[in-house]
Design a protein around this ligand. Structure first.
Ligand code: KDO
Length: 330
């Protein structure tokens, strides 16, 4: 009798433990971004990444920089206060200057080139350094799109065909050195400002313009407070899906594989949707009254590239990497 009793109690205890452990073991993955919930990267993470990991993790996105300020996400992950973000190369360059190579104007050629670069062995030492020194894993590359110059002035007042036409233009750029340098390299007068403040700044005229891909101009409603877009394509912009290494190390190999695949699938889903938006939104923006036109791209490319030659940014690029990136392009 005694044995039966013990076994029964044991079974109950075991059931209790495993249930408790199950509930406790489901990790929460807080993701912070300055982007809105309707931004394509947010949508792809919420609809592809979240469901793919829900067996063992709760994906918990925080939008509009409501949890962590723009630019502080990597530090937050490193400190254990955040599990995920969509990090820019410019943010990474504040820790590891060599990342500015991926934030340089006219280096990446298109979305496919970004993927080739990210998956190439040339990225391994970059990824390893971020993992070892910051405790952050870069899982996949997300496509943000081609950044263009978007101004408050009508084209009749400011016709942006070459970098010289941007002289004296107060152009909001995100707030890190790599971004500011790019604004200057474009020929403008860059002003640092957080993404969430840009709409009001454009509305009140405290800046003359901003740069972002067309889907962002639409999502953030910048078209309501601007008049023109010069299609400079100065940066084929990206974000990396950044994941806490401390959390990763607690996952089983199967769970790690699931997280990796979920990140890649979300990035691919987002890339295709964002590319389509870039194509479709020209008509939408024209309909909203914006003038959209192509400048002298050769003039912009040559001017921007010339600014990087001999700069402190270029000095931080490991030997041969730019050549390898170029060789992966067209
Ligand atoms: C921006 O601040 O202009 C920027 O486009 C920079 C990107 O790196 C990215 O962080 C993005 O904002 C936000 O996710 C909002 O879309």
């Amino acid at each position: 009798t005694r044995r039966v009793f013990t076994a029964a109690v044991g079974a109950i205890a075991l059931a209790g433990t495993s249930l408790g452990a199950f509930a406790q073991d489901k990790i929460t993955l807080r993701m912070s971004t300055p982007a809105s919930d309707s931004d394509q990267r947010s949508i792809s993470l919420a609809t592809v990444f979240g469901p793919a990991v829900e067996g063992f993790a709760t994906y918990e996105p925080h939008y509009n920089a409501s949890l962590v300020a723009q630019g502080s996400e990597l530090e937050a992950i490193s400190a254990g206060d955040l599990e995920m973000s969509i990090a820019s190369a410019q943010e990474l360059a504040t820790f590891f200057p060599e990342f500015s190579i991926f934030a340089t104007g006219y280096v990446h050629q298109d979305a496919a080139h970004q993927v080739k670069v990210f998956n190439d062995p040339l990225m391994d030492p970059f990824k390893k350094k971020v993992e070892d020194e910051l405790g952050v894993k870069l899982l996949a590359v997300m496509y943000l799109g081609r950044r263009h110059v978007n101004l408050r002035f009508p084209r009749s007042e400011k016709n942006v065909m070459t970098p010289a036409d941007l002289a004296g233009v107060n152009l909001r750029m995100p707030g890190s050195d790599a971004w500011q340098f790019l604004g200057k390299a474009l020929g403008a007068n860059p002003t640092p400002m957080a993404f969430t403040e840009v709409y009001t700044a454009l509305q009140t005229g405290s800046v003359d313009g901003q740069d972002n891909p067309l889907p962002t101009v639409v999502d953030a409603k910048f078209y309501e407070v601007t008049k023109q877009i010069s299609l400079t394509s100065h940066l084929v912009d990206l974000n990396y899906i950044a994941f806490s290494k401390a959390v990763w190390d607690k996952l089983t190999p199967d769970q790690q594989a699931a997280v990796q695949k979920a990140a890649e699938d979300a990035a691919e889903n987002g890339r295709q949707a964002q590319l389509k938006k870039e194509e479709d939104l020209v008509a939408f923006l024209k309909d909203k009254g914006l003038e959209i036109y192509e400048p002298d791209l050769k003039a912009f490319r040559e001017h921007v590239q010339a600014q990087y030659v001999g700069s402190s940014f270029a000095a931080a690029w490991p030997e041969g990497v730019l050549e390898k990136i170029n060789a992966l392009g067209n």
